[in-house]
Design a protein around this ligand. Structure first.
Ligand SMILES: [Zn+2]
Length: 268
């Protein structure tokens, strides 16, 4: 194990496949107390390939939390408290482009925020933090995703703009067409404010967005069955997990992306 690896702690937020005690050495499932209340679920911690990791199931143990009710601040605070340096957020999403197909992975590089009732900052007291969001996702993590996906021969898109909607309802056709006109590529309900809060505490963050279906802009013959959507989600989850295992082998500390220090230049 190199000195570099020892400093790393990888956080995973999503429908995690890391609940299995057999996957991790030093497996623990624990409650982390935060000033913002409870995390979505107990936090699983352990080690894989010499890399420490912490995982939180975003929507809670039986998927009981709708996107707007996820306690994003508690989840990110717990990650910081546990010493997490990098977070991979996994998310299902809908496609707004013909060439972004169900089953593809998208390593988004931009977002448009259409959420409207979420706490988006840790700084609401005497300090104001005008954090830069010009490049919201860690490009080093995204590069690792691309390298891994190439090796795995999984269809992927190097970049894309995610529109993050409030939910839990899906978009209307009018909204879906509008998002396409805005240049959005995929749509989900959770990337905001997760990536913003991670940056406010100096954690590198990037997302593996897994396409489950086309959003409602696309006219379908007969529509997709629940079985078809579930089959895509299962396939996506397994490619997302495999990709995370590949990232674990290659992750290291880096300082050229600036994610870890951005908040230091943002204080008023
Ligand atoms: Zn970074």
């Amino acid at each position: 194990m190199t000195e570099n690896i020892r400093k790393i702690k990888l956080g995973i937020i999503g429908g995690t496949g890391f609940e299995d005690a057999d996957l991790l050495s030093n497996y623990e499932k624990k409650k982390v107390h935060t000033p913002y209340g409870a995390t979505s679920d107990l936090v699983v911690t352990g080690t894989i390939d010499g890399v420490d990791l912490a995982a939180i199931s975003r929507h809670g143990e039986s998927h009981t939390l709708i996107p707007g009710n996820v306690n994003f601040r508690a989840n990110i605070w717990a990650m910081k408290d546990l010493g997490v340096t990098h977070i991979i957020g996994t998310t299902a999403c809908g496609s707004l482009r013909e060439d972004i197909k169900p089953g593809d992975l998208v390593f988004v590089d931009q977002f448009i925020d259409r959420s409207y009732k979420r706490e988006q900052t840790f700084y609401e007291g005497t300090l104001t933090c005008h954090i830069t969001m010009a490049e919201p996702f860690c490009f080093n993590l995204r590069k690792l995703f691309m390298n891994g996906a190439k090796k795995m021969k999984v269809p992927f898109h190097e970049k894309g703009t995610m529109v993050s909607i409030e939910g839990p309802r899906f978009s209307t056709k009018a909204e879906s067409h509008l998002f396409r006109q805005w240049g959005c590529d995929v749509v989900n309900m959770t990337i905001v404010p997760e990536c913003i809060l991670a940056r406010e505490v100096g954690i590198h963050y990037a997302s593996i967005a897994m396409v489950t279906d086309y959003d409602c802009w696309k006219e379908r013959d007969g529509g997709l069955s629940v079985d078809e959507i579930m089959a895509t989600i299962e396939k996506n989850t397994s490619s997302g997990e495999k990709l995370i295992f590949d990232v674990l082998k290659h992750i290291k500390s880096w300082d050229d992306c600036g994610c870890d220090v951005a908040y230091q230049y943002a204080m008023l």
